[in-house]
Design a protein around this ligand. Sequence first.
Ligand code: NAD
Length: 373
Amino acid sequence: MLQSTEPRKVRVPGRQSSLSLEDITAQAEGLPDFDGHEQIWLGRDDSRGLTAIVAIHDTSLGPALGGTRVWPHESFEAGLTDALRLSRGMTYKSAIAGLDLGGGKAVIIADSKTQKTPELLEAYSEMLRALDGQFYTGEDVGLTLEDADFLRARTPNVTGTTSGGSGNPSPVTAHGVFLGIKAALAHRRGKDRLAGIRVAIQGLGSVGWSLAKKLRKEGAFITVSDIDPARAQKAVDRLGAQSLMGDAILEADVDILAPCALGGILSRETIPLLKASIIAGAANNQLATDRDDNLLGERGILYAPDYVINAGGLMNVAAELAPGGYDADATMKRVERIPEVLTAIFRRAEAEGRTTEEVAEAIAKERLGRGRS
Ligand code: NAD
């Protein structure tokens, strides 16, 4: 458990709340993913449709930074768990990426297609303002660059905006994942040539599509799935990809599986079905539970820890906060070090007989112990 500098706090900056602070505190502390979070904020405004959770995990390296996810979780607890897991991941991601930032993440429980109204975003911008610089946020699943611009016009501490910001982080994330896939290939097979290598990509959103194009360009054979059939069809038409429905992608007969949709897909149920010998993709929190990396290890599957391989987007938005402002070249140089970090993790895991996830966490904690760079 990480040390927290402050006791847990829960506040409700929204106009109305039907959930008591004590209830939320008790609920958060009782969840397996709580892990000593410094703060958890609830923003609730029923009249404008907002239920938002901001989880701040650890700020020992700097202010918390993490995207805002808009997702129709089936329960408040599911949304809270998502926020807790994602924010802890951001702590480790920043630490291992060598950034002086802490870990946080926001979840707005809503359907981004039907419930993400200007009123809801307006209410959320008020919540962000109330956080007063403790939390920097930006786009994530369900929150677009336009939404980030909308929020930025109303409150500071929104990164990755189109005007004056670093813009869309997804191509940078995809580049880091692409380089990470090559590092995994080199580690496993001795060379990083992608020609003829079969890669399955789950999720063809901003990152998945960009990654698919890069892989195809280097001669990889692509298999895809997306719950949006039009996205999968586009990959079939333009990249000659094979398209699979639903979870069949996890069982695809491929060399590499690149999860680029949502988390929790590597579980006790799915791991025995995998045919890929490498898992390397952008999705956050790919392991359903902290113990599932052992199952991957037992099956001899090389796993690139998600928060290491997908750190490119964070590096891109974090560059906005650097003293000299955003520098695209410097950011790319940082992203190009992702393969080096991954290779060190793969080697250390083998040398110490531990999983790559355990080693990544150990490296992140070592950095947290050393403090700011
Ligand atoms: P996105 O919303 O643009 O794309 C997600 C895609 O996955 C969509 O096309 C969606 O239809 C599809 N999808 C959802 N559930 C699916 C399922 N069960 N099976 C198949 N497809 C499914 O998101 P994105 O920005 O491309 O991010 C993808 C993942 O990478 C997310 O987990 C995100 O948190 C993570 N990530 C993204 C960035 C970034 O820079 N965008 C950075 C780090 C991590």
